[in-house]
Design a protein around this ligand. Structure first.
Ligand SMILES: Cc1cc2nc3c(=O)[nH]c(=O)nc-3n(C[C@H](O)[C@H](O)[C@H](O)COP(=O)(O)O)c2cc1C
Length: 330
């Protein structure tokens, strides 16, 4: 029997009961300081008995990397206690839980962070012009990602995901449209991926043996922007740094580019291409609604895990129905 959507998969020492992933999706259910709330725990508990992996929404690793007022935070040791409660509740339901670490860079506003947003170059991603980061500040952000990873491990997360997509800070460094630096962090692709690789190396130092995921923005879908060839190069370097799973989405074009919304699995072809280069485990998806379609992607070996976001937000029993309807396979 072939591998199906319901076949378990082991990544390092972590066993996922099936291949269905709840991708990171910001809930705005945290407190104004970024602490976990009962509502937030309740939200994730709905998915715990059914999904193979829950990836908790992007958390900000530094206060100037925050996107919205009730975003979940991981920028201080005080956040560990609430996050531990969240992981404990998910583990009671035999769920597996990862957390996404992020810094918004230019994709935030002065009204949110009380200072001018920072970025590789003074180029707006949204409306406001950001301030160019100094090299010293870049090193501080790298360290902050490492500290956040340490907190996530202490809080009991089973895996950690670094957010390298959707036009946030890492993605801003990688894209030639938002990175015009003249130092070793800008210029050719090797220089533009230097900061993301430093982040991954620092995070890896803290997560040690737990699975490390990276959300890769496979393309900017913009003239002069990041190409799939660039992403393949980055993907290879990420795997060399010890990334275990690549979670494939978009770069500056975001996770739901309008030009791709008319098909299910719109980032799967990108994931397939990156898989050919790296051979590593891939989470793919985009616009998936139909569980048989998701199952087919796994059976055909296109990707290893499937993310289903909006369809699970509107129907929290999507994965339960999959478990009931699909034959397991081995
Ligand atoms: C409400 C909402 C919040 C999101 N927040 C995040 C996030 O925190 N981090 C992230 O990487 N992607 C985020 N995304 C993108 C999703 O993870 C996913 O990639 C996207 O919705 C496409 O998959 P889907 O068509 O299955 O929903 C968000 C999407 C939605 C709808």
């Amino acid at each position: 029997m072939s591998i199906s959507l319901l076949s378990p998969i082991k990544v390092k020492d972590v066993l996922l009961r099936n291949r269905i992933v709840l991708p990171p999706m910001q809930t705005n259910l945290a407190t104004k300081e970024g602490f976990v709330t009962e509502k937030l725990i309740k939200h994730y508990k709905k998915y715990a008995p059914w999904c193979g992996l829950i990836i908790v929404e992007h958390t900000y690793v530094l206060q100037n990397g925050r996107v919205s007022k009730q975003q979940l935070g991981i920028w201080s040791d005080k956040h560990i206690e609430g996050l531990r409660k969240l992981t404990e509740e998910i583990h009671k339901l035999n769920g597996v839980i990862a957390i996404q670490l992020n810094h918004a860079g230019a994709r935030t506003r002065k009204s949110i962070i009380n200072q001018q947003p920072v970025a590789p170059s003074p180029i707006p991603v949204e409306e406001e012009v950001p301030r160019e980061l100094t090299k010293e500040e870049i090193k501080e952000i790298v360290k902050a990602f490492g500290e956040a990873a340490r907190r996530a491990v202490e809080a009991g997360f089973d895996a950690i995901e670094v957010h390298g997509a959707h036009g946030f800070l890492l993605s801003q460094f990688i894209s030639p449209l938002t990175n015009k630096r003249n130092d070793e962090y800008g210029g050719d692709i090797e220089n533009r991926i230097r900061f993301p690789l430093e982040v991954v190396k620092e995070v890896k130092r803290h997560v040690k043996d737990i699975p490390l995921l990276y959300r890769i923005g496979a393309t900017d879908l913009r003239p002069g922007g990041l190409t799939l060839e660039d992403s393949k190069f980055l993907a290879q370097k990420l795997v060399e740094e010890g990334v275990d799973i690549l979670d494939v989405s978009g770069g500056l074009c975001g996770s739901q580019p309008p030009e791709l919304q008319n098909m299910q699995g719109y980032f799967v072809p990108y994931a397939e291409e990156i898989k050919k280069t790296t051979g590593t485990l891939m989470i793919g998806g985009g616009g998936i609604k139909d569980l048989l379609f998701a199952d087919k992607l796994i059976r055909e070996g296109k990707i290893d895990l499937v993310y289903v976001g909006r369809a699970q937000l509107s129907d929290s029993e999507w994965a339960k129905r999959a478990v009931e309807k699909i034959s397991v396979g081995r």
